[in-house]
Design a binder for this molecule. Structure first.
Ligand code: E4P
Length: 231
């Protein structure tokens, strides 16, 4: 049955994806060795590369990264979405992950793609019940939007932990991506609540490195080393 595969959570490596379409940033951050994939969406691409051809933009992203690269559908009928998905999938069938906006039509498209073994990322999810349906229909990833849930005044942690619990209990193979991160604390909370994959913007990823006490300590050590032997 599509969507119910053997669980391997205990042995699956944790992953971080970068939420960007900027090849320069992506190349720079993949060099850290901490990233396993890329998520894009129409808003990110419209902001970062307003004049770019989508195919060229995604090929540039593929060239400087590894792992799954999510590309979102922008059409709205089932036949258009399937044709769009086919076009994107052909760019790199092993790595392109079709981001399917969640809706009744989205579920039908998702299920068709899952039956063809096309990787999918069901996006714009705000609630556990939505993620559960997407997982049942065969989603490779279900994307919960942390910042947008919080913008509505709700705590996103029960959405993430509830989704993780139901996926594990029902033996569903979908992995939970948590995106729409606004602050570093959102990343920590998503991981603690059970996200498999936080997808993080470049500025927030850089904040994960930074700590004033770390900088101070390294400076103290290096200053002592430079001044060794001096009275
Ligand atoms: C995730 O896959 C989305 O691209 C992204 O995180 C959406 O975030 P936003 O709420 O900042 O638009």
């Amino acid at each position: 049955m599509i969507g119910r595969r053997a669980l391997c959570y205990a042995s699956a490596p944790m992953a971080i994806f970068i939420d960007s379409s900027d090849p320069k940033e992506i190349a720079d951050l993949f060099a850290w060795g901490v990233l396993s994939g890329v998520t894009t969406n129409p808003l990110i691409i419209a902001k970062e590369s307003p004049d770019a051809d989508l195919g060229e933009c995604i090929r540039n992203v593929l060239a400087v990264s590894w792992g799954d690269v999510s590309v979102e559908l922008t059409t709205e009928t089932e036949s258009e979405m399937l044709a769009e998905a086919e076009l994107y999938h052909a760019w790199d069938p092993k790595r392109i992950t079709i981001k399917v906006p969640f809706s009744e039509t989205g579920l039908r498209v998702l299920h068709q793609l899952a039956k063809r073994n096309v990787k999918t990322n069901v996006t714009c999810l705000m609630a556990m019940n939505q993620a559960y349906l997407a997982a049942l229909a065969g989603a490779t990833y279900v994307s919960i939007f942390s910042g947008r849930v919080r913008d509505m005044g709700y705590d996103v942690r029960p959405v993430i932990s509830g989704t993780r619990n139901v996926l594990e209990r029902e033996g569903l193979a979908s992995k939970i991506i948590v995106g729409s991160m606004r602050h570093l604390m959102d990343v920590n909370e998503a991981l603690e609540a059970g996200a498999h994959v936080p997808t993080i913007t470049p500025p927030i990823l850089r904040k994960m490195v930074w700590h004033p006490r770390t900088i101070e300590t390294i400076n103290e050590f290096n200053t002592a080393w430079r001044n060794r032997g001096k009275k």
